[in-house]
Design a protein around this ligand. Structure first.
Ligand code: ADP
Length: 797
């Protein structure tokens, strides 16, 4: 907002300055030239007023004799014209001197015979005093009108306008053209006078002539043809007949006009004809008021400012340059069709001033911005220096001392010392640079560039250091942005089977590098919950290597996939499991024998009373051992992949019913209520029925085991988001957060009182987890110590 306000104010001042500039002489010259140019461009028009010029031209001089002619010739001319009944005869000849009695009489007679006649008068300076040069009194008869014939050229000698009236000796005289129109009884299309009660108020106004063209645009007849009767008097009927000289060199009444391209001046009489035409047609050229020009300029400068902000560069210049022909064309159109003069040079000046002005303003702003940025970075750089201090720093000296003391002499020690040397050299060179740069106080533009270079280099160093860190990591690191576009892969990634330099959609790429499992949902979860997720022992694409895979969020901007090679660990685990399952398997046969023989001993009463007690213990314990082996083998079976998952579609309600009927009595004994939904909506599920049943039973068993009497255990199921969630909640002892993930490990049992009171091997939940994973789902626990736990087992729908 502030910026816009400043631009509006600044452009206003620029516009005012240009308007003031346009008032100076030089600029006025420029404006006048543009005026003539535009008028010429608007082109000639054909005259429509009934104007006819009787011209004392070269041929008339040849024929009749040199100028001035005797007044009786002029008298004859007027008489001849009058016989044709013109509207008016306007004579542009100054008749102020006295000539011979006969001549003057003749002329006076002819004037009195003319029904409407206008004679010329002008102001002349006599001994420094302005006086009207009026015609001889004998000619200024009652019906004779006087009109001033001043052509009033501009400072450059070009006649563009006339004054509607001139005042001298306290007497106002209307322009010759105006008097001719008035005498002819024609309107003059313009308010030049006000009628204030008794007197007319005459305010001389400049009238810009709309020249119809160059010399010879009006109908004219040579004077000699009139004198000799070659021209029919009917020619003059109802005409405004102008009488005057057009011959060059007769007198000084010749002027340049905007149309004088040929370099020829125009005679005064033709200028009057143009003036009459202008008034008759109401085409006087109106000049655009300065206020409007100012507003236009203001708008243009603002427009430039906006265009510059919006389209900096070449497009801005193109637009700016385009405004030159546009303003000239606008000016031309206004002149041609509305007779309005819009001076376009100020607009050109605006372009000339504003273009470099905007550039300079931009430079200044840029510079200031740069200063600010350098200032901020400088503070950081100086802070850095204060931290690093002198070279080598005490810390480095200490390092050197310890290397020498602790590392035995040899290539290793030498290598470290060489690295230390190089590090010291580089950082001291860097510090010297910094010192040189920030030690001076002369901050010219060279210095600014150097400073930018320095920061640039520092940034590059920082980046390459970071790059080197990432490159030296053995783990695979792949970074994707939030759009799923892979933006970085470290060198370790390049060694992967399936590596692509231009990978597809990131989750698909992850899947293709690993065992093909879907990564989309994990990706989504990491991005939305902003918490890392880990999957252990994920087989690689080749099936031989295994990775611990972690997806971590980079705020909400992306996801980092890191893959740690866990093949060795996986093999070890595998070997351990194989070993245990082998041993377990082998244990079953002897165990069966022990149990079988013990049973027989008891059955056939082969031992004494005391021995029977021992036998019962042996049987109980071997039963427990058998159970342990069975549970373990169950898991090992699934894990090894030897147990095939056979999925089928079945209803859930019967599963719940079976569970409750088996475990109900156990719960009842412990005074625990089982709250199963009365009518489970008949949701179907696609799963291995037996495994799912066992897993849910394990969860329910635990809930009963780890809850005190008088509490309730709830089972439920929900369907949504493409998942079926089984939930078993209890009001038991609960599990602390740090153990929540461990309880799913094999043989993990908590060491709390409640657990110790219960028998178990720590295999129940491991089994549940394995079942969930084999179905493509998972099992989670939410719990609060002392309040209870909620186990959720979900599988895809
Ligand atoms: P166990 O044979 O010990 O029950 P599990 O694998 O089923 O083995 O459970 C592992 C451990 O998790 C248990 O020893 C117990 O400490 C804890 N646990 C399991 N279920 C619950 C529960 N519902 N409430 C509290 N603790 C539980």
């Amino acid at each position: 907002m502030k910026l816009v306000f400043r631009a509006v104010a600044a452009s206003f001042f620029v516009a005012v300055a240009i308007v003031l500039l346009s008032w100076t002489t030089y600029f006025a010259q420029f404006n006048s030239t543009a005026y003539d140019f535009t008028l010429r461009l608007a082109g000639p028009v054909s005259p429509v007023s009934p104007t006819l010029i009787v011209a004392v031209d070269e041929s008339s001089l040849d024929r009749v004799g040199a100028w001035p002619w005797s007044r009786d010739k002029l008298a004859r001319l007027i008489e001849r014209i009058e016989t044709g009944h013109p509207r008016v005869i306007a004579v542009d000849v100054l008749l102020d001197e006295r000539k011979s009695e006969n001549e003057d009489n003749a002329l006076a007679r002819s004037i009195s015979g003319a029904s409407a006649i206008v004679l010329a008068t002008r102001i002349a300076s006599v001994n420094g005093v302005d006086r009207w040069r009026r015609p001889n009194e004998r000619f200024v008869q009652k019906h004779v009108r006087l009109g001033h014939v001043h052509a009033d050229p501009d400072f450059d000698g070009i006649s563009r306008r006339f004054l509607s009236a001139k005042i001298s000796e306290g007497r106002a005289v209307r322009a010759f053209a105006r008097e001719a129109l008035r005498a002819a009884g024609l309107p003059e299309n313009g308010a030049f006078e006000e009628n204030a009660g008794s007197a007319d108020i005459i305010r001389p106004q400049a009238v810009n002539i709309r020249f119809v063209g160059d010399n010879g645009s009006f109908r004219h007849v040579p004077a000699w043809k009139v004198l000799e009767g070659v021209v029919q008097p009917a020619e003059f009927k109802n005409q405004i007949v102008l009488v005057g000289s057009t011959a060059e060199g007769i007198d000084l009444d010749q002027w340049f006009t905007p149309f004088a391209v040929s370099g020829q001046k125009m005679s005064g009489i033709e200028i009057h004809a143009n003036a009459i035409e202008t008034l008759y047609t109401g085409r006087a050229i109106v000049e655009m008021p300065d206020l409007l020009v100012l507003l236009g300029l203001w708008g243009l400068v603002l427009l430039f400012w906006w265009v510059d902000r919006r389209f900096e560069g070449r497009r801005f210049y193109a637009t700016a340059l385009l405004s030159i022909p546009v303003s000239a064309a606008l000016s031309w159109l206004l002149m041609k069709y509305d007779n309005v003069w819009l001076p376009f040079p100020p607009f050109l000046a605006a372009i000339v001033v504003v273009l470099p002005g905007l550039e300079v303003a931009k430079l200044v702003r840029l510079n200031r911005d740069l200063d600010g940025k350098i200032q901020r970075l400088t503070v950081a750089a100086l802070y850095e220096r204060r931290r690093s201090g002198s070279h080598p720093s005490p810390a480095q000296l200490e390092t050197r001392r310890r290397i020498l003391a602790e590392i035995p002499a040899g290539p290793d020690r030498d290598g470290w010392l060489t690295a230390l040397d190089r590090y010291e050299r580089e950082s001291s060179a860097h510090d010297n640079n910094r010192q040189q740069l920030f030690g001076t106080h002369r901050h010219n533009s060279r210095w600014k560039l150097d400073a930018v270079d320095f920061f640039n280099e520092e940034l590059m160093q920082f980046l390459s250091f970071n790059n080197a860190i990432l490159a030296s990591i053995e783990d695979v690191i792949i970074v994707s942005n939030a759009a799923g576009l892979v933006v970085y892969q470290n060198p370790a990634a390049k060694r992967l089977e399936g590596y692509s330099p231009e990978p597809p959609f990131a989750p698909d790429y992850f899947a293709s590098l690993l065992d093909g499992r879907t990564f989309g949902p994990l990706f989504a979860r990491v991005l939305s919950q902003m918490e890392p997720l880990t999957r252990e022992f994920v087989p690689a694409r080749n099936g031989r290597s295994f990775y611990n895979v972690t997806l971590s969020p980079i705020a909400r901007a992306g996801v980092v996939l890191s893959m740690h090679d866990a093949t060795a660990q996986h093999e070890l685990n595998q070997a351990k499991s194989d070993m245990v399952s082998l041993v377990s398997h082998e244990l079953r046969t002897p165990l069966t024998s022990i149990r079988g023989y013990s049973d027989m001993l008891l059955k056939y009463n082969l031992v004494q009373e005391k021995g029977k007690e021992f036998l019962t213990t042996i049987i109980d314990e071997s039963g427990r051992l058998n159970q342990l082996i069975q549970s373990f083998l169950n898991i090992a079976y699934i894990e090894s992949g030897r147990q095939k998952i056979t999925k089928s579609k079945f209803e859930i309600a019967p599963v719940f019913k079976d569970m409750v009927s088996v475990l109900g009595p156990v719960a009842a004994e412990k005074q625990i209520a089982i709250d199963a939904p009365a009518d489970v909506d008949t949701t179907h599920v696609l799963a291995d029925r037996l495994l799912l049943y066992q897993a849910l039973t394990n969860l329910l068993t635990n809930a009963i085991k780890y809850s005190p009497p008088g509490t309730t255990v709830r089972i439920g199921v929900a369907n949504g988001d493409g998942r079926i969630r089984f939930q078993i909640s209890d009001q038991g002892c609960g599990i602390p957060v740090d153990e929540a993930s461990k309880i799913f490990e094999k043989f993990y049992r908590r060491a709390n009182k409640e657990t110790l009171q219960q028998s178990g091997f720590g295999l129940g939940l491991a089994f549940v987890k394995e079942v969930a994973i084999q179905h493509g789902g998972d099992v989670l626990v939410e719990s609060k110590v002392g309040e209870g736990s909620v186990f959720t087992l979900w599988i895809p729908n």
